[in-house]
Write a protein that binds this ligand. Structure first.
Ligand code: MN
Length: 267
């Protein structure tokens, strides 16, 4: 991604009723029914989030799920967190932990410890501003994010990044940031940042990717159910479909669109 796209000519995508797989997602889209709405990576694009919400008109019965990375890169990260927390006062809102939220919470912990460790962290340019603008209600909301959210009624698992090859803890299941620590569930944090896997199916770090490595969703066999994820921007008109996964980050902050995946009522 070249630097000049980072300001984000964010554009809006009409939310779509988008059954991923008709056998898993029975079509019951009567509009008075509660909806499960999964929103892609917002990355500070407050205007596009507001436009999307105007189109969605969420009701008090809907469940709004943000797939993570509310913050960083875009024009108004603090405004996005404030808007989402404001929504949560009157709606059921869940946040999947993005790698940018994870880094921000880590930065905040280091700052509180007072040893200056946070000054060695890269990619934290926006964090002092967030520390200044956000209040305890916002931090609490971020701390309550999910590493994974299991929606058994849809046989679906939500993560920000993806499923790394070797998972050594029970899935599908729900894990929360404030409640389940990677030291007790080794590899839990990888679900927030997985993109590529090596030939053994193991997690590949961002800077160590080789041409033969495969995007995780290309080889994922559905063993934990259908996975809905963000993190990897797909510059496409609609969420990207894989055999057992759906990517909902359509690259809003890179000049793409902000997408919402609207699941019909499950039985
Ligand atoms: Mn991400």
């Amino acid at each position: 991604m070249s630097g000049d796209t980072l300001q984000g000519q964010c554009r809006i995508k009409t939310p779509i009723l988008h059954p991923v797989n008709m056998s898993n997602y029975p079509d019951n889209s009567a509009n008075d029914q509660p909806r499960t709405i999964i929103i892609g990576d917002v990355h500070g694009c407050l205007h596009e989030l507001n436009q999307l919400l105007l189109e969605l008109v969420p009701t008090e019965h809907d469940h709004l799920i943000f797939i993570g990375d509310l913050i960083d890169r875009g024009p108004d990260s603090a405004g996005v967190v404030e808007r989402v927390v404001e929504l949560s006062a009157n709606h059921r809102v869940s946040l999947i932990l993005g790698n940018h939220e994870e880094k921000f919470l880590r930065y905040r912990r280091h700052r509180a410890a007072g040893k200056g460790v946070e000054r060695q962290m890269s990619g934290t340019e926006e964090f002092p501003m967030l520390m200044e603008r956000l209040q305890s209600i916002h931090f609490e909301f971020l701390e309550n994010a999910y590493y994974t959210l299991h929606l058994p009624e849809y046989r679906t698992l939500l993560v920000h990044g993806g499923i790394p090859g070797q998972v050594k803890f029970p899935l599908p299941a729900t894990y929360r940031y404030g409640e389940h620590a990677p030291r007790d569930y080794p590899g839990l944090d990888l679900l927030t940042k997985t993109r590529f896997l090596d030939e053994n199916g193991s997690f590949v770090a961002l800077n160590e990717q080789k041409p033969q490595d495969q995007f995780w969703a290309e080889t994922y066999d559905g063993r934990y159910g259908h996975v809905v994820f963000g993190h990897q921007p797909f510059m496409e008109a609609a969420p990207k479909e894989f055999p057992f996964a759906t990517g909902v980050d359509t690259g809003c902050v890179y000049g793409g669109k902000l997408s919402a995946l609207v699941l019909p009522l499950a039985h």
